[in-house]
Design a protein around this ligand. Sequence first.
Ligand code: FEO
Length: 402
Amino acid sequence: MHATLAEGVNWVGIIDWTVRDFHGYETRRGSTYNSYLVQGEKTALIDAVKAPFADTLLGNIDETVGLGSVDYVVANHAEPDHSGSLAAVMAACPKATLVTNEKCAEILEGYYGAREWPTHIVTTGDSLDLGGRTLSFVQVPMVHWPDSMVTYCPEEHILFSNDAFGQHLASSGRFDDELDLSVVMDEAKTYYANIVMLYGRPIARALEAVGGLQIAMIAPAHGVIWREHVAEILDAYNDWVRCRPRARLLVIYESMWGSTDAMAHEILAGALGHGAEIELLEVGSTGRTRIATEVLDAAVLAVGSPTLNMTLMPEVAGVLTYLKGLAPRNKAGLAFGSYGWAPSGPKEVHAALEGMGVEMLGEPLTARWRPDDEVRARCREAGRMMAERAVRAAAEGHLYPV
Ligand code: FEO
């Protein structure tokens, strides 16, 4: 199976319809591992696929150009979803030279003993002349690993962007205009939030580095190829690298006997009608992948946990640990929760949010046993205050300097 981007430029990748877990990220719509063949007088394969799909990739290459015709194998990134089948590719393509950067070569050596493979090391500004077509390289460290690189074909104005601009999205269509755009953008946002949100600054630098290129298509290593909506995904990335806040308040919580749940609903009731979009996200039924996605552009987070065994609830603890790793910026927040004899649950939520740089809007809101009328009124008032804060943050715009 292949798809044509331009004459002599073909997708020969893999559609992974059934994958639902990608190192902890719930891939509800599956994924793809995209490989591309670029033909001039010589032929280059750009990126490989996960190890279990090696035979299918080799079949796709053979059907398109013949395995013996591959002169170069470009490795933009060494993570095993793109490199797991490289040893099989290098063994099956007798003429092939690996083309990659120093850091990627070092990681490939660690994983696969790649020193044995004929290798040509490139760095930013280097080009490979295929005869009638050129491949130029730009290193984009930390998008997503230190070795990450993108490859540009100036004759076709195609950017092979590897992880950047990807989506975990299995589909019969290979291009953005063959699917519902709202689904593609939702998966692009989910991917950004769960894979690369931590790397806002390096991604902003990478956007600058490729900003001078004329781009007709962005061909990422996951999901569909951008050809009709290139401007939209570039605009979205410019917002996401800044965690640009929208007027949104998330009420994220876990309850034990209903008291923290009641507080969450009072916060929701108080927040409604003040101009912000509000979402109530019960942690156990929502999952961390979607919570991280919603957090990306939310201005304010109200996070609740009761006290359990002198600490916070385990699902909330897991979400806070996950978010700490992703390092969302531009957030204000408030902790809340119930307790019996020690309010350590909501206090630990407060400390965790503060520790990840969230601007705290007050001390934790707490209720002993059950929220009484006075606590309920304070929750509603906090909801109103947080909704108004979210509206203000959105109006102020880019708070996070990149
Ligand atoms: Fe798709 Fe960082 O690998």
